[in-house]
Design a protein around this ligand. Structure first.
Ligand SMILES: [Fe+2]
Length: 227
């Protein structure tokens, strides 16, 4: 049976493939993306950040193993600002938006963001295998650092005055979540069957993210077209 390091390498390999084949990350380059396109991305991403606690909570509610449930509950507690509503990760994200002079729309959400949420919620609530649920959640955790750090490289130069915490200090914490979730996966995936279920959930999670980023590419680039 494979060990924790091998599992981590396999999952990171799937993330590398994801980024390499992503049209969004191919076009997300400082010389191609200006403030108007950044703004479109940043406002669209707001409702996803808002959804992360509910996704983790749903995942935690599916776990049978008490240790796994506790790891997810701690992750959820951190997403919720450890009890301080002004320090939730969504609040930290909003702090970036407002300090960048951007106002998130409170009523309208892109249909593709709704689709992203409903696909993940359905899978996490309906999958028969808790290993697959863990895999789907892990895809988001593994993707956070490589995706957001690439996104930030472009955003940073467009909003030098904004409060950058979401993309700096917060991202370090997300790396901790990857370490925690891989320990959890290694404990859950003791058999070939359960490991395969983790990978299946992980691939599903990535496919949902891929669809989101494909729509996002269209959405962001629409703003680049002359009106
Ligand atoms: Fe977070």
């Amino acid at each position: 049976m494979r060990n924790e390091i091998e599992m981590r390498r396999t999952l990171e390999g799937l993330i590398d493939d994801f980024i390499d084949h992503s049209a969004f990350f191919r076009s997300w380059k400082p010389d191609l993306i200006g403030p108007a396109l950044c703004e479109r991305f940043l406002l669209s991403f707001d409702t996803l950040v808002e959804s992360f606690p509910a996704l983790i909570a749903l995942g935690a509610s599916r776990m049978k193993d008490e240790t796994t449930r506790t790891v997810l509950a701690v992750n959820l507690y951190q997403e919720c600002g450890e009890g301080d509503v002004t320090r939730t990760h969504h609040a930290i994200y909003r702090k970036f938006l407002t300090s960048a002079g951007l106002t998130p729309a409170s009523t309208t959400e892109n249909p593709f963001s709704q689709e992203w949420r409903s696909h993940l919620f359905e899978y996490i609530s309906g999958s028969e295998s808790t290993s697959s649920v863990l895999g789907a959640l892990a895809a988001g955790e593994f993707l956070a650092q490589p995706a957001l750090s690439r996104i930030y490289r472009v955003i940073e130069s467009n909003y030098p005055q904004a409060d950058q915490e979401y993309f700096t200090k917060h991202l370090v914490l997300e790396e901790e979540h990857v370490k925690e979730i891989i320990v959890t996966i290694a404990r859950e995936a003791r058999t070939e069957v359960s490991w395969n279920a983790v990978v299946e959930g992980f691939r599903f999670g990535l496919a949902v993210w891929e669809t989101y980023f494909d729509h996002l590419t269209q959405h962001v680039l629409e703003a680049a077209e002359p009106q």
